[in-house]
Design a protein around this ligand. Structure first.
Ligand code: HEM
Length: 601
């Protein structure tokens, strides 16, 4: 994709630019100057190919190419030098103890990797216990050998320009393959995706009203106005008759039970889409399906591709059903978004010609367009929108689910929360200032994120240059690393760390409590090594301000309009898979519309 001279939306046929040569897959990703990344520039093989598998596949391709020209001897010598340098760096990296090594005579890491998927938390806990306060290595199923840093290193590494989130993501997903483009979008400092989040999705004053309006509509559709059990009409009549004639054996239940994760995904997709795509598209069923499914599908496709040896991935992805599905979703997203964008462009043109002021659209379709014009670059509207979907929808709905479950398990907090909501809603309206004044709600969400962040580690990075830590640990170029999140559950940091306490961060904010956090750190959007729920430092989540507002709007509507409780005997079991930590996908919530209730009533 050319970067000079704005050419509007990238034409369809130029979207999937797959390089057909056999050069190192890492060539598409590199640093331009410290802190400023760009694509399309060459990169040394050793930088990206940090696993033996990738290094040997790259060498294999080079040898084939040279052999064809009778230069086998020279290429083998070159290969030997590259391999030697590579092995040297691996040796240095492996000087750190490995917490989950292979058994004797076990030559493949497949058992260890499988075990990591189901027991990563225990593996990391073992490492933290065996090597207290010191970095150690673990073999991870997703990106291979990973150095785990204790939380005390979070501050030290947080703004290090030689530790790249970009390259970590490139390892995790296959960003250079068609269908995966959205995972590439946010990776570069000058990408319009990041710019739009930082510039527009942080100015929340105008956003509160449309979010709140959409919450009203979406709850009606998704949480429903149902004040009673969903019963087929005929059965209902039978029941009604029996009720009239007998006692209350069939007494109509006024609660309905829902899979919380599913309804929250649908709800958050609606709210987010209102801001990302505007009123016209935010209720488009096809789009809503894609915005929810694409993230899950990309994970599945990446998982499948990880099973394929490096050199074959560029070919295999064309036939892999999961990767085909991704390409179809990107195409469909384009079919939905491009006509709207084109219509707006024509309208702008007409207004310009007639000397009228442009229509004031307030959504990310418009912000991407403006930012692309400012930067003089072309872009794919569906790719940038799917980028937003991947970073925003599942993360936010996961936290909404966890928070609602925590509230349902601690029902004493419901009335104080409703009281707070009542105090900030003015004339039935929720404004940005009101969100800021929801201090108990802020504390409640932060507490739920503390106990169940999206990962058991945070700040996953790749070293783009050798890095030495303050304790003398040497991290060679290519080292993949993560910071342990254990301080979020540590008794030295938080009193009764395993207990959900909705008031915890409110007390800290007001300067009380025994916990060692400063009042500023107690805010939901603040990050620190003691709360890595949104990461920390240069790559801390830039969408957290938007997410915090969206969650407060969502919860204000839900809690004032619905009664909620856990179904009888229900147990909530959040899940850890590898380094990811998910809200219980089967958790159910009993919901009942509060008759006549409106926002803030
Ligand atoms: C409750 C919801 C969310 C949670 C828990 C969450 C969490 C995170 C975490 C843990 C990181 C990694 C930070 C690091 O490694 O230091 C991250 C990165 C990121 N998040 Fe979020 N996030 C949420 C919502 C959002 C939303 C709504 C957006 C966009 C609108 C967003 C955009 C991003 C982006 C673009 C990055 C990468 C930052 C970079 O490359 O520098 N997130 N998020």
């Amino acid at each position: 994709m050319g970067l000079s001279g704005f050419r509007g939306t990238t034409p369809r046929n130029s979207r999937a630019q797959v390089r057909e040569d056999h050069s190192c897959p890492g060539e598409l990703l590199t640093k331009q100057t410290p802190g400023q990344l760009r694509r399309d520039a060459p990169i040394s093989p050793a930088l990206m190919n940090s696993t033996i598998e990738q290094a040997s596949s790259w060498l294999g391709v080079q040898i084939d190419a040279f052999a064809g020209r009778n230069l086998l001897g020279a290429s083998v010598a070159t290969a030997a030098v590259v391999l030697f340098v590579y092995l040297l760096s691996v040796r240095k990296a492996t000087r750190l103890p490995l917490v989950n090594p292979n058994r004797t005579f076990e030559f493949s890491t497949s058992r260890v990797r499988k075990e990591w998927l189901t027991h990563a938390k225990q593996i990391i806990d073992t490492g933290l216990r065996r090597f207290p306060g010191r970095p150690f290595n673990m073999m991870a199923a997703d990106v291979g050998l990973t150095t785990v840093l204790p939380p005390r290193f979070a501050n030290e590494i947080r703004n290090n320009p030689d530790l790249s989130f970009v390259e970590f993501m490139a390892h995790l997903f296959f960003s250079n393959l068609p269908g995966f483009e959205p995972t590439r979008e946010g990776m570069f400092d000058n990408d319009i995706g990041i710019v739009v989040i930082q510039k527009y999705l942080t100015s929340l004053a105008r956003m509160t009203e449309p979010l709140s309006e959409e919450a009203e509509f979406a709850l009606h559709d998704i949480y429903t106005d149902n004040e009673g059990e969903k019963v087929p009409r005929v059965l209902f009549l039978v029941k009604y008759f029996i009720e009239l004639t007998t006692s209350d054996i069939f007494k109509k239940s006024d609660w309905h039970i829902e899979n919380l994760k599913n309804i929250n995904l649908a709800f958050v997709a609606r709210l987010s889409s209102r801001i990302f795509l505007g009123e016209e598209l935010c209720r488009n069923e096809e789009w809503l399906k894609i915005t929810v499914n694409y993230t899950v599908d990309i994970m599945r496709a990446a998982e499948q591709l990880r099973q394929v040896p490096g050199p074959f991935r560029r070919m295999v992805h064309w036939f892999l059903p999961e990767a085909k599905g991704l390409r179809a979703e990107v195409r469909q997203a384009g079919d939905i978004i491009r006509p709207v964008l084109e219509k707006r462009r024509r309208e702008k043109e007409r207004h310009r010609a007639q000397g009228k002021p442009p229509v004031d659209y307030y959504d990310a379709i418009e912000w991407f367009e403006e930012t692309a014009i400012e930067k003089g670059r072309s872009y794919d509207p569906e790719v940038v929108q799917l980028f937003l979907s991947t970073v925003a929808i599942h993360t936010t709905s996961d936290l909404l689910t966890v928070t609602l479950l925590d509230i349902a398990r601690n029902p004493d907090i419901i009335e104080p929360l409703r009281e707070e909501i009542r105090s900030v809603v003015k004339d039935g309206q929720l404004l940005k200032k009101g969100l800021g004044d929801m201090k108990l709600m802020d504390s409640v969400i932060k507490e739920s994120l503390r106990l169940k962040p999206i990962g058991i580690v945070s700040m996953r990075r790749v070293a783009t240059k050798p890095v030495s830590l303050s304790d003398g640990t040497y991290l060679p170029k290519g080292t993949k690393m993560a910071v342990s999140s254990y301080k979020m559950w540590d008794a030295e940091t938080y009193a009764l760390p395993d207990t959900w306490d909705g008031y915890r961060f409110l007390r800290m904010r007001e300067g009380g409590g025994h916990d060692v956090i400063t009042p500023h750190e107690a805010l939901l959007v603040s990050t620190s090594e003691r709360h890595l729920g949104f990461g920390h430092g240069k790559h801390a989540c830039p969408g957290r301000f938007f997410a915090a507002s969206e969650l407060k709007v969502a919860l204000a509507h839900i809690l004032t309009k619905y009664d909620i409780k856990l179904p009888e005997g229900a147990e909530v079991k959040h899940r850890v898979t590898g380094a990811s930590f998910y809200a219980d996908p089967f958790a159910q919530l009993a919901i009942r519309r509060r008759p006549g209730a409106t926002l803030g009533s």
